[in-house]
Design a protein around this ligand. Structure first.
Ligand code: UDP
Ligand code: MG
Length: 323
């Protein structure tokens, strides 16, 4: 039995050694073989240096260096495709998700569950704003989407090989992994845990990225925004019909006062707004169709360290090693 632990890292030089140490002390106590798969998501600090060093001293460590920053969800996707474990754990590098929970996840997996997702009961060191927006987001997405997603969960979870194979077979570019895992089905259980504050360093998810992420989640899992445009259209038509009727009655009663400028103005502005919003919504979906159709790979690997066999480096290096 092999357990793979995927750790996406973006500029995490301050925390990596501590992460490696805590993960190692937890995992070595398990009666399982394990691999620690660090995905370096194009960090610009000394992350790669530290990972290379860790890989030299610890044979459990594998390092996947992406050629630039592709974003958290893509980094995890790369990890899922490279992991060879029978069970795979996804954990953040910043020790917000305590590695000490992993043994309980493994136990639940051994009891026959395919997905064990961590459910945050307590989130220390995070702003009220983040907590509130997260809450609103999960309520919203569950209203809008047919795939039901558990509240208060992140990507800290254990997945059985079958689930990982299913997720790997989903080719979409806008990757909202927690939704994709929910979509696969199988036996999913939650495991409550308290989320700690970041061990060191700063968050790599500024507000703009959070917003993008939320949009990805909603648009990938729901067509309701598109339908919303239709409903608003119908509503506008109803109002317009009422307006027409009122105007005709007004005319027939012969109260011909030079009125109507304000109502005309309001109607034009309102309709303009509705049309622009609808176009924008269509544009969001169309843009995504466009990027999907291009069919580019999701990420580019620059370097692989510590992986068994399949060592693919640059052609240049391969040629020089043959000569
Ligand atoms: N991360 C990444 N690529 C990115 C942004 C973040 O691989 O472009 C990693 C980061 O190193 C960390 C995890 O994703 O391991 C979660 O990021 P962070 O802790 O900054 O997010 P927060 O917990 O503040 O939401
Ligand atoms: Mg974090």
């Amino acid at each position: 039995m092999l357990l793979s632990v995927i750790v996406p890292c973006y500029n995490e030089q301050d925390v990596l050694r501590a992460t490696h140490e805590r993960l190692t002390s937890v995992l070595s106590a398990l009666s399982l073989d394990y691999e620690l798969l660090f995905v370096n998501d194009g960090s610009r600090d000394d992350t790669q240096l530290i990972l290379t060093e860790l890989q030299l001293i610890d044979p459990h460590v594998r390092v996947l260096l992406l050629s630039r920053n592709f974003g958290h969800q893509i980094a995890v996707t790369a990890g899922l495709e490279e992991a060879s474990g029978d069970a795979i754990v996804i954990i953040d590098a910043d020790l917000q998700d305590p590695p000490e929970v992993i043994p309980q996840m493994v136990q639940l997996w051994r009891d026959g569950n395919d997905v064990v997702y961590g459910m945050r009961t307590d989130r220390k060191g995070e702003s009220t704003f983040k907590l509130w927006t997260a809450k609103i987001f999960y309520r919203l997405i569950n209203r809008l989407s047919e795939t039901k997603m558990p509240f208060d969960t992140g990507d800290f979870r254990l997945l059985d090989r079958r689930v990982v194979d299913a997720v790997n077979s989903m080719p979409e570019r806008a990757r909202f992994l927690r939704g994709m895992v929910s979509w696969t089905g199988f036996r999913q259980v939650s495991l409550p845990y308290a989320r700690a504050p970041r061990h060191a360093g700063t968050t790599k998810y500024p507000l703009t990225k959070m917003f993008r992420f939320a949009m990805d989640g909603i648009i990938s899992f729901s067509l309701v925004p598109l339908k919303l445009a239709i409903w608003t259209g119908f509503l506008a038509i109803c109002i317009a019909v009422a307006g027409i009727v009122a105007a005709i009655i007004d005319r027939m009663l012969n109260r011909d006062l030079p009125r109507g400028w304000a109502s005309l103005f309001v109607a034009v502005l309102f309709m303009g707004g509705v049309q622009l919003v609808s176009l924008g919504i269509i544009g969001e979906y169309l843009g995504r169709i466009y990027t999907e159709v291009k069919g580019r790979p999701l990420y580019v690997v620059q370097e692989r360290l510590g992986f068994p066999a399949r060592q693919t480096g640059s052609k240049r290096k391969e040629v020089s090693s043959v000569v």
